[in-house]
Design a protein around this ligand. Structure first.
Ligand code: UD1
Ligand code: UDP
Length: 372
């Protein structure tokens, strides 16, 4: 009988990082089913469409402006039914979302093994990122197998007494997805969104791409971010492109404070290939995203990270990513420096990626073949 693997995810970034793995696993000897919690709805569906993954179970739990406890409660009760029906031998979860920690805990309650993709990243500050740092630690405590993207993340797990035999260093699956998408774009892939962006963004100017969504930045953090972007927009040789996350706590301040600027383009969240395309056209990226910090170094794009801590220190150490927090002065000064100082720009624009080589999916499959 084939061993049964249930792959679970619910948000946009998890989907980007898990869909290429799903395709990989489907050509193995395991029976693979996909369960999406749909903690995100539209932003998840964009990714499922692009990667042509059709979930076997869709819990459809997203509600507008959901609180963490409502969200976790809905995942717990609905995911339990899937575990009961499919009876997997092992559940694969990803990263640091509520979907990952709750699906891991629910699996543990039913005696089902858990494998954690993107394991071992740490800030050791439970409020930053919030609630992700603790979500990832909880999933790490529960997991039987750990797919650590880097040596640093493996070392974090070893220092917590996780056994070496249960860990394997794989690289991050986001690079597998990114490289596949870059190749697709190189071979001529385009879509309506890309053509639409070409019609209103002036690409003869320097493109600054912005994203933001972290809960710890809601309120004052986002007000500072908007103030900095308004200031940066005074440079008449830049175009700011900002696909605005659908979280109402992001939408409200961004739309209120930035919609009047001629060279700030506030747009809907982009489908993945359009986002990769605009990253590749950008001069600089300003973000609080985890995934974007991992992708941008492959494209040789400097990243200013609007956070005080990062569980992804490798690119900071390599000099291609800089932490600027949500401080008005720091964001504005770091951006001005990169716009005016060519040497400072070239130092950050090195094409070097510590997060993976595009073979993470292979390594995960190999390890599962050995262990199951
Ligand atoms: C979630 C994850 C975070 C991850 C981020 C990626 C948790 C606690 N948070 O944060 O770790 O970095 O996703 O983007 O797991 N919404 C929509 N449509 C969508 C998606 C979101 O309308 O497709 C709105 C809804 O009002 C929803 C709200 O955004 O209630 C918040 O979604 P939620 O998943 O709770 O939090 P995120 O900030 O997206
Ligand atoms: N992304 C996307 N469309 C967008 C913005 C981001 O497809 O409009 C992709 C991006 O390439 C990366 C991921 O979404 O792979 C990051 O998601 P997000 O910032 O929401 O979450 P995080 O990575 O911080 O958990």
């Amino acid at each position: 009988m084939k061993r049964k693997i249930l792959v679970c995810f619910g948000t946009r970034p998890e989907a980007i990082k898990m869909c290429s793995l799903v395709h990989h696993l489907k050509i193995s000897n395991f029976e693979i089913k996909v369960c999406v919690t749909a903690q995100h709805r539209e932003m998840l569906d964009q990714v499922l469409d692009f990667f042509e993954v059709i979930p076997d179970f869709d819990l459809n739990i997203m509600k507008p402006n959901q609180t963490l406890n409502e969200l976790c409660g809905r995942i717990f009760s609905k995911f339990d039914i899937v575990l009961d029906e499919f009876k997997p031998d092992i559940v694969l979860v990803h990263g640091d979302t509520s979907t990952s920690s709750i699906c891991a805990l629910a699996s543990f309650h039913r005696g089902v093994k858990v494998a954690h993709v993107e394991a071992g990243l740490r800030t050791y500050n439970k409020f930053s990122p919030f609630p992700e740092e603790l979500n990832r630690q909880i999933t790490g405590r529960i997991a039987d197998f750990h797919f650590a993207p880097t040596i640093t993340s493996e070392n974090n797990l070893l220092s917590e007494n996780v056994s070496k035999e249960s860990i394997t260093v794989t690289g991050n699956t986001v690079i597998d997805s990114l490289l596949w998408t870059v190749e697709k774009l190189k071979s001529g892939y385009t879509n309506d969104k890309i053509n639409d962006i070409k019609s209103f963004v002036d690409f003869s100017k320097k493109i600054i791409l912005v994203t933001g969504h972290r809960r710890e930045n809601f309120g004052e953090g986002f007000l500072n971010i908007c103030k900095s972007l308004s200031h940066i927009a005074n440079h008449n040789d830049v175009e700011i492109v900002f696909p605005v996350h659908l979280n109402p706590n992001v939408q409200e301040p961004v739309m209120r404070l930035l919609s009047e600027h001629k060279n700030i383009h506030l747009i809907d969240p982009l489908d993945y290939p359009s986002f990769v395309w605009i990253m590749s056209k950008s001069y600089l990226i300003i973000t609080d995203s985890g995934g974007v910090q991992e992708e941008a170094p492959s494209l040789g794009k400097p990243v200013l990270v609007m956070r005080d801590t990062t569980e992804r220190p490798e690119a900071v150490d390599a000099g291609t990513v800089k932490l600027v927090g949500t401080d008005f002065e720091k964001i504005t000064n770091a951006t001005n420096e990169l716009l005016s100082d060519d040497l400072a720009y070239q130092n950050m624009a090195k094409q070097h990626n510590p997060y993976g080589d595009g073979n993470a999916n292979n390594r995960i499959l190999e390890f599962l073949n050995q262990k199951l």
